[in-house]
Design a protein around this ligand. Structure first.
Ligand code: HEM
Length: 195
């Protein structure tokens, strides 16, 4: 996920600038990111959510197998079927999302009803219900902390002559085909902060 977020930020300069502005305001150029800064980083939070929408690591969740037959949305689902929920498609559905292919973190600022609880059925990167991902609190905090630290401490750019590449490889877990290579340049005010 770190790789996808970094790739989207390198692709969308205006979004990246907003993330940097927020980090400078909340953390300051004389400090490293600390855990207590994280709840104040609302724009970074929106960037992470938008990346989860477009690049869900488990696009079909974990298959369900109903113990009883049911009819859902007019479709009969016999008991014992293997049911896959295609959240990749749901999270890009033009009937549910305005301009679904556009990378637009502002959607979550305008509508705060999006989180990782699995209660909003158009946004389910960690699944939903009783078998929702058990690691949500850890994944959410670690991802935000690592990204905030990398983005606040360094300016990032692509090696000369290279281009961003967004293709992914389908599987139980979806990965980037080509790993992102980016060059960090320290930007904090004092070199001691990096020790
Ligand atoms: C980017 C990070 C992660 C993503 C996107 C993710 C996503 C998911 C998804 C989609 C499911 C299936 C939920 C469902 O079908 O409703 C799942 C299950 C699960 N995840 Fe995660 N996960 C992440 C990180 C973690 C971490 C860090 C842990 C543990 C420390 C973890 C532990 C689990 C466990 C134990 C289950 C099975 C839960 C059950 O079946 O009851 N995950 N995860």
């Amino acid at each position: 996920m770190v790789e996808w977020v970094m790739s989207e930020l390198l692709q969308h300069k205006a979004v990246s600038e907003k993330v940097m502005e927020e980090l400078t305001e909340v953390v300051g150029m004389n400090n490293m990111v600390e855990e207590h800064d994280l709840p104040k980083l609302t724009y970074l939070d929106a960037v992470i959510k938008e990346t989860f929408r477009l690049h869900p690591p488990l696009p079909l969740l974990v298959p369900r197998c109903p113990s009883q037959s049911a009819t859902i949305g007019g479709y009969k689902i016999p008991k014992g079927s293997k049911v896959f929920i295609n959240i990749w498609a749901i999270q890009r559905d033009p009937q549910l999302w305005e301009n679904p292919l556009q990378f637009k973190p502002e959607r979550y600022l305008e509508n705060p009803g999006f989180d990782f609880s699995g209660n909003n059925f158009i946004f389910l990167p960690f699944g939903s219900g009783r078998r929702i991902c058990a690691g949500v609190p850890l994944a959410e905090r670690m991802l935000k902390y690592v990204l905030a630290a990398l983005l606040h401490s360094f300016d990032w750019e692509l090696p000369e002559g290279t281009e961003l590449e967004f293709s992914d490889k389908f599987g139980i877990v979806v990965k980037k085909v080509k790993p992102l290579v980016a060059i960090p340049r320290p930007k904090l005010s004092k070199p001691e902060l990096y020790q």
